[in-house]
Design a protein around this ligand. Sequence first.
Ligand SMILES: Cc1cc2nc3c(=O)[nH]c(=O)nc-3n(C[C@H](O)[C@H](O)[C@H](O)COP(=O)(O)OP(=O)(O)OC[C@H]3O[C@@H](n4cnc5c(N)ncnc54)[C@H](O)[C@@H]3O)c2cc1C
Length: 495
Amino acid sequence: MATVAVAGAGPVGLMLAGELRLAGIEVVLVDRLAGRTGESRAGGIHPRTMEVLDQRGLMAEFLAAGRPIQAGHFSGLFLDFSGFATRYPYTLAIMQAAVERLLEERAAELGVRVRWSTEVTDVHQDAGGVVVTVRTPDGTERLAADYLVGCDGGRSSVRKLAGIGFPGTPATMTALLGDVELAEPPAEPVFQKRREHGDFSVLDFEPGWYRVMTNEYDHVADRDAPVDVEDLRRALIRIAGTDYGMHSPRWVSRYSDAARQAERYRHGRVLLAGDAAHIHFPAGGQGLNLGVQDAMNLGWKLAMVAGGHAPESLLDSYHAERYPVAERVLHNTRAQTVLGHPGAHTEALRDLVRELIDFDEVNGYLGGMISALDIRYRVADGHPLLGRRMPDLDLKTSAGEVRLYSLLHGGRPVLLHLGDHPESAAALTGWDDRVDVVAARCPDEQMNVPMVGEIAVPAACLIRPDGYLVWTAEDEPDTASLRDALTTWFGARRC
Ligand SMILES: Cc1cc2nc3c(=O)[nH]c(=O)nc-3n(C[C@H](O)[C@H](O)[C@H](O)COP(=O)(O)OP(=O)(O)OC[C@H]3O[C@@H](n4cnc5c(N)ncnc54)[C@H](O)[C@@H]3O)c2cc1C
């Protein structure tokens, strides 16, 4: 059985490990930490991330652990997701630690155990596979795998060991975060202010403690210097004039707006995902969302290739599709950082952007970008749905009423027939070991797709395991083009 080594058991490594196991791939998941720290950088997930989790049947647990809030934003300027055509038109407030716990539980159910205290220190690859050297409390060990994926965060060892460059723009500002107790907290649960020397937030995150964040735009701190609660206290006093009686820190961290991206996401048998592939200021809360969706894009492709079903070239579509998505996120976070600067000129610009966001089109455009509902991969020319996410339609099948996303729970591609021409099902002969075929009726003739609008429900469509559409027919299916799409995405026909 093919084996994939995954370095890093953060949210992205966990998501990827689950995806690979779901497709029957052996996974070795290592992390240099001794165990979970309980720390949470991210505090929320966005609509498209919730949709991909729903495509694997995971949303009930996530909804139980989180709280829907209307809190999408662009540089702190409110974006309204409530009118978006999705079952999840909001941000789910959920701590990163809870996301990791749920993804680890899912990976464990599928048979993946994290090997803690196991740090990747060297990588060697050749035509036959990858040898990953790890340091453990018992010494050095060599792990053999067919592929290695570095999900080992912004300072990724895998990226460096594979010799993949990480160009971008350096830090221009300094941000601090602390989860602390406050003797004199502000009255409002979400207290965010912009002042002469920067901006700060005091968020009543969970009972008993607050998340305090500061952004200072007039200096860049040494990223390797130690940081503690006194740094946060001084920054808060500089900006807000008070420390709100801060004490008993659980966690203090420093970060910046350095924005860098791996020049390639694949070097032979080594791939990168999540923060290992891209870092940026957490403006708009996009990083974890971006990484989980990297894992969703890569998981099924790597499983197809490692399992011997599809050619290696399928892996190149991972870089081709995900690099531009992250490039755009880096771009928008740079813009958001500039919009964050203090001063009368920026305030004037913020007022103008706020007024623009009042227009539905602008709210839809920026919200589509932040929520990732607007993604369109370049899979083929033609129909406006090609390369976009398939909406979660209500369907009627011979087995009863189902939601479209439930058809994707197994992580397999789906050829969905909604019209009167099931002959394209016959075209599937030779791919039925890899692709599910489902005949159903959709009570609606039209569906609403972000960035497209109202559009006719297709008569048939081919949906990838990550929920994106790669072939569609409006009436009588063209079986030759269906076979082409099947070969491109899911490998050659088996006789
Ligand atoms: C203040 C702040 C707020 C944020 N808020 C949001 C938000 O609201 N929404 C959002 O989407 N994103 C947010 N983010 C971004 C988000 O936290 C990251 O994008 C996310 O953690 C990336 O996940 P990852 O799995 O790629 O990397 P990480 O979470 O960094 O995990 C990497 C793992 O790799 C391990 N590792 C490292 N080196 C090695 C090695 N050599 N061998 C083995 N293991 C190794 C580490 O121990 C770690 O467990 C925020 C970030 C910050 C700083």
